[in-house]
Design a protein around this ligand. Structure first.
Ligand code: NAD
Length: 456
């Protein structure tokens, strides 16, 4: 079998051949990726069902459909993104023209997690293709069925000289990270993000780190509680809580806390029935390890609804907790499962103070009718992205960059941001030969200095 380093060398040779540069080639690869999904959507959804118990609807909404929309958006904008961006040239450099050309970076590495194992492999790949790169792709070994399927499909549809899939776990990742790449795009946990960034530093390779964290959700007293509860319950229990931007915990105004909890119970029952285990729409935890981790967090508070678990089925009911201590594990670690602590606040200041005293989250949500509350929360906190009166949906806006800040990551993607992430913005100044103002050349003089001060 060909070694990893030989396979990366082959990708580099393809990049150097300049085959990835023409717009036509990039479009063709994007169309092939689209065909790959369209022709295999059934098999992809089956694999997602086997790995995560995802329903066909959820798989379409958050995986295949999302990727297809991203391809369509990219195809519709690619020409304009590839066009050089022109800038004005100051008098001191006239006659001259200034522009930025968007160059592909070269051979990039994409490392993906298991929770959205199609979306989080293919969405970064769309950006890499659009910007004209070759890519080494490392899906997660944890979502085994889906990753195996992608490892079979990608070479059957895309140009294998430009795109290679590497199957395996930490061992393969480690070996890949020893190679020199021109960019590393990593989605996963903070701890592994550190390992990736350390390895990248050795080759001075730039990184995009799409990490996680504890995304808070504030519910103000004036909000539409039934609507807020429906949206929070949907965003939290989507993929059984295994979503990087799921609301991790709620901070609700104490005057409406009880009503909000009642509305949450109603929403959960409306979505999944009295026994969510029997619902075909309610997914499962990915494996026993994550089941044990999340089930262990339930004891961190008082169960107000849910709490049932079944290890053999990797099932944890949609669970709400109250009376949670800020020091409990469920409030220290990213939950990444269907357990939602509901904390209360007496004054908005308190909720904001709690959020800002912790690492910057990937997302932040606020439900409030008052513009003042909405504005205050956004102005006084920081997070990768945010929604006002909704959760998760900011990810679905094609022109909004998606990424973290601080501990939740660095860099961004989706739409134009993906193209920029995988491109080098190269500044090019073109001068003419017919005028050469001698001002900048020695010998310098007081007169020249006077002119310099005027022009600079
Ligand atoms: P993970 O960090 O365990 O694994 C991610 C990838 O890294 C996998 O492909 C894995 O094989 C690889 N890996 C594992 N050990 C490695 C090592 N020692 N060296 C190099 N690579 C290694 O993450 P996960 O459990 O798959 O995913 C869950 C995490 O991902 C959560 O923290 C979640 O918030 C985050 N996440 C973030 C986003 C985002 O868009 N920001 C999206 C999804 C998930």
């Amino acid at each position: 079998m060909t070694s990893i380093s030989d396979r990366i060398a082959a990708l580099r040779a393809s990049f150097d051949s300049r085959k990835t540069r023409p717009e036509k080639w990039r479009r063709e690869q994007l169309y092939r990726l689209m065909t790959m999904i369209e022709e295999n959507e059934g098999a992809i959804h089956e694999a997602l069902q086997a790995d995560l118990g995802k329903s066909g609807f959820e798989a379409r909404m958050t995986e295949t459909g999302t990727v297809l929309s991203e391809i369509e958006h990219t195809l519709s904008k690619l020409k304009s993104w590839m066009r050089p961006t022109r800038f004005s040239t100051p008098l001191s450099n006239q006659p001259g023209r200034s522009k930025v050309v968007h160059e592909p970076l070269g051979v990039v590495l994409i490392v993906a997690p298991w929770n959205y194992p199609v979306n989080l492999v293919l969405t970064p790949l769309i950006g890499a293709i659009a910007a004209g790169n070759c890519a080494a792709i490392k899906p997660s070994e944890v979502s085994a069925r889906t990753s195996e399927l992608l490892a079979r499909l990608i070479p059957a549809y895309l140009d294998t000289e430009a795109f290679q899939v590497f199957e395996g776990g930490a061992d393969i990742s480690t070996e890949l990270l020893e190679q020199r790449f021109d960019h590393i795009f990593f989605t996963g946990s903070e701890n592994i993000g550190r390992i990736v960034m350390t390895a990248a530093a050795k080759h001075l390779t730039p990184v995009t780190l799409e990490l996680g964290g504890k995304s808070p959700c504030i519910i103000a007293a004036d909000s539409d509680l039934a609507l807020a509860a429906r949206r929070v319950a949907w965003g939290k229990f989507l993929n059984a809580g295994q979503t990087c931007i799921a609301p991790d915990y709620v901070m609700v105004d104490e005057t409406v806390a009880q009503s909000f909890i009642e509305e949450m119970k109603k929403a959960i029952e409306a979505f999944f029935g009295a026994d969510p285990k029997a619902s075909p729409d309610y997914p499962r935890l990915i494996n026993e390890r994550h089941f044990d981790r999340v089930a262990g967090m339930i004891s961190g508070g008082t169960i107000v609804t849910g709490g049932e678990t079944d290890r053999a089925a990797r099932y944890i009911a949609p669970t709400l907790l109250t009376g949670v201590s800020p020091d409990a594990e469920v409030m220290r670690e990213e939950i990444f499962g269907p357990v939602l602590p509901v904390m209360t606040y007496a004054a908005l200041d308190e909720a904001i103070g709690f959020i800002t005293s912790r690492p910057k989250p990937l997302a932040l949500y606020v439900f409030a009718r008052s513009r003042d509350i909405q504005n205050e929360v956004i102005a006084r906190t920081s997070s990768g992205g945010a929604c006002i009166n909704d959760v998760v949906m900011h990810l679905a806006i094609p022109d909004l960059p998606f990424g973290g800040v601080g501990a939740s990551g660095m860099g961004a993607y989706h739409g134009r941001a993906s193209f920029d992430t995988f491109s080098h913005a190269r500044s090019v100044l073109t001068k003419t030969e017919y005028l050469d103002v001698p001002l900048r050349y020695p010998p310098y003089s007081k007169t020249k200095l006077r002119w310099l001060k005027r022009f600079q």
